[in-house]
Ligand binder design. Structure first.
Ligand code: F1P
Length: 295
């Protein structure tokens, strides 16, 4: 069994562990009312976007999310939160080194460069991973964040267990294009779902906020496409997608729960294609640049 398969199956347990950590680290998490920026790269960027949206939806205060490389130095926030499993990603270190004020790093490994620069660090060593492709660190962070916002992680974990056994879309290997959709936090999770299919299975994938799909992307889909919504689709949009000849699948539960089905599909496709889902092409556990702007 691949590392990613073992790690993705452990997510419901990791979510409960992350929830149990909240009481001891709550003092470092941004309190209600603060203006907050959350940032990261790759998977951690999409987790930042979902976390920002969930925080605002919970009425906790204005929350922006940025790719680390696009962090706007001109703005000032009450607190800046960096998400990085490795704690070594160059662009994350760069932002932490340039901003002043309250900074918090959420990472899997406390003994890394980023932890030296951040004012506070919360580490989730129990969620660390051996696969290059992130699953449980990402959703473990979200479980911690959402527990802090008052979300019921127990329910998510039991729905997550069911999702690990739920059916996957039929004939996944027959599609050449995968389009992920979602509204609100589910839009960020859709972007992460698309990334998982690229990293683990080398697929051609896209992600859009659900209602943006009509504004152009719909022109490129057809019988070769699987459209996968991370949350329930608007019925009229669903009908329009079906009319194109594309297949549709949609999550009925929380997008973080539905993500497990996508992760499982990515692993299944990788195996069918003869790829190693733990070792994506051209990708390492952490992107470390010799100088910013280098490739
Ligand atoms: C960020 C990241 C991952 C990606 C790969 C390379 O890592 O871009 O999203 O899957 O592992 O690194 P990190 O800053 O969260 O360690």
């Amino acid at each position: 069994m691949s590392k990613i398969e073992q790690e993705l199956c452990s997510q419901p347990d990791i979510w409960l562990e992350a929830r149990d950590l909240v009481s001891s680290v709550e003092k470092f998490l941004p309190p209600a009312g603060e203006r907050v920026a959350v940032f990261g790269c790759g998977t951690s960027l999409y987790m930042a976007e979902a976390a920002a949206r969930w925080r605002e939806d919970a009425g906790q205060g204005e929350t922006d999310a940025f790719a680390s490389s696009e962090f706007p130095s001109s703005r000032s926030y009450d607190a800046c939160v960096a998400i990085s499993r490795s704690g070594t990603t160059t662009e994350v270190l760069d932002v932490l080194g340039r901003i002043s004020g309250s900074t918090l790093l959420i990472t899997a490994d406390r003994d890394t460069a980023a932890a030296q620069v951040a004012l506070h660090t919360i580490s989730l060593p129990f969620a660390d991973e051996q696969s290059v492709v992130q699953t449980r660190f990402a959703t473990g962070f979200l479980a911690l964040w959402r527990a802090h916002l008052g979300h019921d992680i127990e329910v998510l974990a039991s729905d997550g267990r069911r999702s690990l056994d739920a059916e996957l879309p039929d004939n996944v290997a027959s599609y050449s294009q995968f389009v992920f959709l979602g509204h609100g936090p589910a839009g960020a999770i859709a972007a992460e779902a698309a990334l998982k299919m690229r990293e683990a299975a080398g697929c051609w994938t896209e992600a859009y906020p659900s209602m943006e799909f009509r504004h152009g992307p719909i022109s490129a889909v057809g019988e070769h496409t699987l459209v996968w919504s991370l949350d329930p689709l608007d019925p009229s949009l669903r009908q329009e997608i079906v009319t194109t000849g594309a297949a549709v699948t949609e999550g009925a539960a929380d997008p973080m729960v539905e993500l497990l089905r996508v992760q499982r599909t990515a692993v299944k496709l990788a195996v069918l294609k003869g790829l190693d889902p733990d070792r994506p092409r051209h990708l390492s556990r952490s992107v470390i640049l010799t100088s910013l702007g280098a490739t």
